[in-house]
Ligand binder design. Structure first.
Ligand SMILES: O=P(O)(O)OP(=O)(O)OP(=O)(O)OC[C@H]1O[C@@H](n2cnc3c(O)ncnc32)[C@H](O)[C@@H]1O
Ligand SMILES: [Mg+2]
Length: 194
């Protein structure tokens, strides 16, 4: 089985990616090779995913897959977007969720539309001139208070209409069929013929 390094330090994400890829690759985390995280200096999810993937391939010597993702809220013109992980100024889920609730205080449901966005980038080596990039999107709306204990990040505030609950109330296997990450992964598997 081919080794694939996952270029993420986020445990929630790593768990989901592992569940989606474990059947196809021997999956290892970049933290086995380096604790140093590259600066996410790109202007887009795609650029950030590529730079994380290149960094992981460089420190590991293996092909690497990165996920750059985030939450784009309509009322906030797409914020927090590529800054989702540090929206509150700290890399802390509870603080980020609180920051989002404050930004949307008094905003009615019909203006609380949002989408999760995911860009996956796969490189064969650090200088790969042709990274494979796949995107996925998940539509929802921002709740007025957190609900649910599963998942990570903004899941407790992300209401999924089809399921009539927040994404933190979905079990892992259901989230992994519906999410932005699942949809990007579906495209990646097609590109790879898996
Ligand atoms: O860069 P890596 O090391 O992968 O980990 P990270 O947490 O910094 O990841 P990102 O830079 O891609 O930032 C994405 C943020 O968007 C949020 N996010 C992404 N996917 C999510 C999901 O499935 N559920 C809830 N929140 C999510 C979450 O707050 C993440 O920290
Ligand atoms: Mg990050």
């Amino acid at each position: 089985m081919k080794t694939l390094v996952l270029a993420s330090h986020n445990q929630g994400k790593l768990k989901e990616l592992q569940a989606m890829l474990g059947a196809h690759f021997k999956v290892r985390s970049v933290s086995e090779f380096s604790q140093q995280e590259p600066e996410e200096t790109g202007l887009s999810f795609i650029e950030n995913a590529i730079l994380k993937a290149r960094h992981a391939a460089k420190v590991s010597g293996f092909p690497a897959l990165a996920d750059d993702s985030g939450l784009a809220v309509d009322y906030l013109q797409g914020a927090p977007g590529i800054r989702s992980a540090r929206y509150s100024g700290q890399n802390n889920d509870a603080a980020n969720n609180q920051q989002l609730l404050t930004a949307l205080a008094g905003v009615p449901d019909e203006q609380r539309g949002a989408q999760f966005v995911c860009a996956l980038a796969l490189v064969q080596h650090a200088d790969d001139p042709l990274p494979i990039v796949c995107e996925g999107f998940w539509q929802g709306r921002i709740l007025h208070a957190p609900q649910g204990e599963h998942g990570f990040g903004y899941d407790p505030l992300f209401f999924v209409a089809e399921q009539n609950c927040s994404s933190a109330e979905l079990d892992a296997s259901t989230k992994n069929k519906l999410s932005h990450r699942a949809q990007a992964m579906h495209k990646l598997r097609q590109r790879l013929g898996l």
